[in-house]
Every structure is written in structure tokens, then in C-alpha cells.
Design a protein around this ligand. Structure first.
Ligand code: UD1
Length: 423
């Protein structure tokens, strides 16, 4: 299994360019199932989850071709409708094909994603809402099996709680449903907006994009389109935090600072100096460590749960005690035990982590447990004394494009190695 060896203490300098957002690219790829015409997507990040989604599409008869930064998704002639467990179990977001399959092929068989490292994460809201559009759904041998022989029909849906992929699944299903669908309590995340923009370019009729109530007037067919994926705000936020921790002047370019409002506000509040331009964030070398912060993760535009782990690493180097509360997922502090192995002083009580800082970190062997937890360990390794070895970096490869190459480009010293099966 591949690992990173990170030599701590290197200062980061220079410019890092942000890739397209994985979490926008995934639903946009799923949306290509809604048309028989080719769809061109620009700026898909080359990360493991995207490759998995391309395999899911291949299992459904589609092919994806790459040329010069464009991925062209081409519908096949068949009407396959089964997304198998071997693929779905490695990536929950495979459930995003459920809505498009039911809408266009009128049947779907998608393996249930099951539990995951950061909490139960059921898909009940997706299923309840699709049933309201007229899908007949049941669970059979671990798969969600759905049929809508007459096609889906518009309905009113109130999500019991904001769900990002749930909103996306329903937007795609409603685009080809008969009549009007009203979706209430929708996720406002920029990735949902990005998908809605692609759907609109494909001919979908959507009103209320980027608001919590979205109305979709179903159409008979969607056409091909070209779309550029929004920059990855979580990747950008991760490099901003890296620059605060270990930087001596870092420019994070090709990003959308307007979508990082909550992170930038907290950083400013605790004394971090930053300058923000239209698509760039500049983090100068910090004269003093940041002060401790208190924050609670929330749906967009609140503080992203996907940046909680990375911020927690920063809190280990801040002056005072930070209180970091995870309000979206019930089990998302697995990085804490690993950070403690590096010497961090953290107590978790319920959903809140109290982080005491600044604590010098000491390099050690640690294990990544999920995508964002892995990033927090890499950040810790940048400031730890000596070498930190992060195991199971396949988690990191799911969502960060070429992370060690980007960090090494800034002056970090990270080596990817594979010690073979016995170490
Ligand atoms: C998406 C993101 C993930 C991010 C999360 C929250 C993708 C591919 N993934 O995940 O990176 O951390 O949003 O911003 O975009 N819930 C239910 N039943 C459901 C659906 C959700 O109980 O049917 C709960 C979840 O367990 C969680 C909360 O609702 O507690 C929000 O989850 P949701 O927004 O659906 O997360 P994902 O879309 O899976």
C-alpha cells in the first residue's frame, strides 16, 4: 500500500494552481447519462473518484474519452442500468447515477453504498424523494432496484435535512420528469450550482439555482453541451491552511475565493493575514501564530465539514484552546487519534474537539482513515519535526490531484513510496 514520507520543517513558497472540483465533477459525469448526445467536460480532476465514476459509466454503456484537458462522455447504444457493488463500495457518490437512470432509462439497479468511515451516511432522503417522483424502489440483495415504467412525474419535495448529493440526484431526475418539480430545503453548495448550470446548458428548465427552493420543469429530452467544472474550494482551502501553517509566501491561484468565505473569515478573525484577488489568495509568511478559534461546521455557506480536519491541524499550532464542533457527520474525528500520535493535545467530547496549542509535533507513522483526514495528516507532517509517514494514502488520491507534486512544487519534501506487502 502506498505511503507518503514527509520531511517536516520545509517552508512553502511560490504558486499552486487549483484543480476542478471533484464533488462537482462527479454529478456532472452522472448527468451525462441524461442525454444521447456527447457532453464535453473541461477541468475534471484526475483523481481516483473520477476514474471510479468513469468506470461506473462504462458499466452503464457509456465511454469517456480524454483529449487535451477535455473529457467527452459518449452515450452507448445499450440500456444497461446496473451499477455494481465492486465499484459503488469504493465510492458512495456512485449513488448519483440513480436519478439519471430512473429518469432516462426508467430503471436502475445501484448497489447500496453501505456505511463509511465518517458516519452512517444513509441515502434514505434520495430514495424517499425519488419515490415521490413515481419511482418504484426496493432493496434486493444489497442493491436498490428501481423502476418507473411510465417515466418519472414532477412532485413537491421537502428534504428533511440539507443533502448535497440528494439535491443533485433529484435535480437530474426532475430534469426529465413529466411536469414541474419543486425541491425545498435544497443544498446551496457551489457544486450543486455547477451541476444545475450544466443541466441548463443541456436544455433543462431550472429556476432558483443557488437558492434553497428550486423549480424544475421537466423536458422530453436533453442535448449535449460543453461545461467547465468549478474550481475545487476544498482543495483551495487545504492549500490556504498549508500556507498558513508552513508558508513563507504562497499564492493559491485559479480558485474561487468567494466560495471560501467562511474559512477566510475565521482565518482573519484569528489574526492570519491574507490578500484576496478575483481568483487568487495570497498568504504571506505569518509574523505570529494564529490565535485559537471556535467554529461549528455547517452547510454552505457555513464552514465546510470537508475542511474541519485540516483546520484542526492548524489549531494544534494556534495560541490557546480551539473548540471545533462537527455538526454534519456524527463520526468525523478519526484524524484526532493520529494527530495525537504526533504529539497534539486534543480532547473530543461528543461532537466537539478541544484543541490546545501551540504544541510542537513530532514525526511518526500515522494512518489515513478518510479523504480529508488524510489531508490533515499531510499538513501536520509539514510542520512536524523529522519524518512523518502517512499510510493508506489511497484515501488522499480519491480527491486530491497530485498532492505531493503540488506541495513539492512549493518546496515541501514528500516522497511517495510503496514498501511492499509486508510493511
Ligand atoms: C457531500 C460531499 C461530501 C461532504 C458532504 C457535506 C459529494 C460527493 N460529497 O456528501 O464531501 O462532506 O456533502 O457537505 O458531494 N443524510 C441522511 N440521509 C440521506 C442523505 C444524507 O441522513 O439520504 C445525512 C448524512 O448522513 C449527513 C447529512 O445528511 O449527516 C448531510 O449529508 P449529505 O449532504 O447528503 O452528504 P453527501 O451528499 O453524501
Amino acid at each position: 500500500m502506498e505511503k507518503f514520507r514527509i520531511r517536516g520543517g520545509r517552508r512553502l513558497r511560490g504558486e499552486v494552481r487549483i484543480s476542478g472540483a471533484k464533488n462537482a465533477a462527479l454529478p456532472c459525469l452522472a448527468a451525462t447519462l441524461l442525454t444521447s448526445e456527447p457532453v464535453d467536460l473541461y477541468g475534471l480532476p484526475r483523481v481516483r473518484d473520477i476514474i471510479t465514476m468513469e468506470k461506473v459509466l462504462a458499466a452503464l454503456g457509456e465511454s469517456c474519452e480524454q483529449h487535451d484537458g477535455v473529457t467527452r462522455a459518449i452515450a452507448g447504444r445499450g440500456d444497461a442500468f446496473h451499477a455494481p457493488y465492486e465499484l459503488v463500495r469504493t465510492m458512495r457518490a456512485s449513488v448519483l447515477v440513480l436519478g439519471p437512470l430512473l429518469a432516462r432509462r426508467r430503471r436502475a439497479r445501484v448497489a447500496l453504498p453501505g456505511g463509511c468511515a465518517i458516519g452512517a451516511r444513509p441515502v434514505d432522503f434520495h430514495l424517499q424523494a425519488l419515490a415521490r417522483l413515481g419511482a418504484d424502489l426496493r432493496v434486493e440483495s444489497g442493491d436498490v432496484v428501481g423502476e418507473a415504467p411510465q417515466g418519472l412525474r414532477g412532485a413537491e419535495i421537502d428534504f428533511p435535512r440539507v443533502t448535497v448529493t440528494g439535491t443533485e440526484n433529484l435535480l437530474m431526475a426532475a430534469a426529465l420528469a413529466r411536469g414541474r418539480t419543486i425541491l425545498r430545503n435544497c443544498a446551496l453548495e457551489p457544486e450543486v450550482t455547477d451541476l444545475a448550470q450544466l443541466l441548463t446548458a443541456m436544455g433543462a428548465r431550472i429556476v432558483g439555482i443557488a437558492t434553497s427552493t428550486i423549480e424544475v420543469e421537466g423536458v422530453d429530452a436533453l442535448r449535449g453541451a460543453a461545461h467547465t467544472i468549478v474550481p475545487d474550494r476544498i482543495e483551495a482551502g487545504t492549500y490556504v491552511i498549508a500556507a498558513v501553517l508552513a508558508g513563507a509566501g504562497v499564492k493559491i491561484s485559479g480558485c474561487r475565493p468567494d466560495q471560501l468565505g467562511a474559512l477566510l473569515a475565521v482565518l482573519r478573525e484569528v489574526g492570519v493575514s491574507l490578500s484576496v484577488l478575483a481568483d487568487t489568495i495570497e498568504v504571506p509568511e505569518q509574523a505570529v501564530p494564529p490565535r485559537a478559534a471556535s467554529l461549528v461546521t455547517a452547510e454552505y455557506p457555513g464552514f465546510a465539514t470537508d475542511l474541519q480536519a485540516q483546520f484542526l491541524t492548524l489549531a494544534t499550532q494556534a495560541e490557546g484552546t480551539s473548540a471545533i464542533t462537527e455538526a454534519i457527520f456524527e463520526n468525523r474525528f478519526q484524524h484526532v487519534l493520529e494527530l495525537k500520535r504526533l504529539g497534539a493535545s486534543i480532547e473530543v467530547e461528543g461532537r466537539t474537539a478541544q484543541v490546545h496549542g501551540p504544541t510542537p509535533l513530532d514525526g511518526a507513522a500515522v494512518m489515513a482513515s478518510d479523504l480529508r483526514a488524510s489531508a490533515s495528516l499531510v499538513l501536520a507532517g509539514l510542520v512536524a519535526k523529522g519524518d512523518t509517514v502517512v499510510d493508506r494514502i489511497y484515501h488522499l488520491d480519491r480527491g486530491y490531484e497530485a498532492m505531493e507534486i503540488k506541495l513539492n512544487g512549493l518546496g515541501a519534501e514528500i516522497e511517495r513510496f510503496n514498501p511492499g506487502p509486508y510493511l
